[in-house]
Ligand binder design. Structure first.
Ligand SMILES: C[S@@+](CC[C@H](N)C(=O)[O-])C[C@H]1O[C@@H](n2cnc3c(N)ncnc32)[C@H](O)[C@@H]1O
Length: 271
């Protein structure tokens, strides 16, 4: 749907790039320091329209992208940053039709990315310890996808204590002590499957990898981080942005082996 409709969540972006989240509702008005715009002047117009406040300030009206929804949402847990979300989906090879286990759900940012990646033929089961976080994540899913899709199960539970799922293609962890989930992962992940953990600190990476090696049955351990640097490309100004997100987390991956073995090639390999 390219035309803006009542009930749509949109962003109004001003000339300095400030973004205002607005839920369109007939008869309502959006007011800011630079004037006001009636929602009725937006409803029925095409997405991407530029409207003016009654004081002449121009505002671009677009629906937020998934990344803008993740960073724009008020939240209690720390979501995975959009720059990492894409890298995680490719690094963990989350494919259409995959059966995926996730913990913890947090804000639901990664959960929604996973649902989009596995498509209607896949399955996502997401565990969250805290009931109130699970409820907020459920609302974020509804906000983004319109409803909780039938192939997404949001479960309250402690993933460190074990899960009932088996033969999962992928397991993705974003919690403070991923090494405590290794037994759970070992039982839930099929041979050849991929486990991923998001670790803000390198001490977590070390402990997680040590644990994978100790329990055996995992190989091809690798960790990397994603640095994204924006550029200004305007007129004669062609330069890197003054600011960037310096650090988010290390992305850690390993594959489940068919036997209780260890397989770690010595070189850095070619990917
Ligand atoms: C950093 S947040 C996850 C953020 C999430 N990846 C996102 O993109 O919004 C970590 C979450 O893990 C949950 N958690 C911590 N320990 C857990 C456990 N043992 N089992 C399930 N969830 C757990 C926390 O309550 C918190 O919501």
């Amino acid at each position: 749907m390219t035309v803006l409709a009542a009930g749509d969540l949109i962003l109004l972006i001003d000339k300095v790039g400030r973004r205002y989240r607005v839920r369109l509702s007939p008869g309502e008005q959006f007011s800011m320091h630079a004037g006001a715009v009636a929602h009725d002047d937006l409803i029925g117009r095409p997405e991407g329209v530029v409207v003016a406040t009654q004081r002449g300030s121009r505002l671009l009206a677009v629906r937020p992208t998934f990344a803008e929804q993740v960073t724009g949402r008020r939240r209690q847990a720390q979501p995975i940053y959009p720059k990492d979300l894409g890298a995680i989906l490719v690094g963990a090879d989350v494919f259409p039709g995959a059966r995926v286990l996730e913990a913890g759900t947090g804000t639901g940012a990664l959960t929604i990315a996973l649902v989009r990646a596995v498509g209607p033929s896949g399955v996502v089961v997401s565990y969250e310890l805290r009931e109130e976080f699970l409820e907020l994540a459920r609302r974020a899913v509804v906000d983004t996808l319109g409803a909780v899709p039938p192939n997404l199960a949001l479960k309250q539970g402690d993933v460190y204590a074990g899960v009932e799922e088996r033969d999962m293609d992928r397991v993705l962890l974003d919690l403070s002590e991923p090494w405590q989930a290794v037994s759970t992962v070992r039982a839930a992940l099929r041979a050849g499957g991929i486990v991923f953990a998001h670790c803000p600190n390198v001490s977590q990476v070390q402990r997680f990898f040590d644990c994978l090696r100790e329990v055996r049955g995992f190989g091809l351990l690798e960790a990397y981080e994603v640095l994204q640097r924006g550029w200004t490309v305007r007129g004669r100004s062609m330069r890197p942005s003054h600011r960037m997100v310096a650090h988010t987390g290390f992305l850690c991956f390993a594959r489940r082996l068919a036997e209780d073995d260890v397989f770690e090639p010595e070189g850095e390999g070619f990917r």
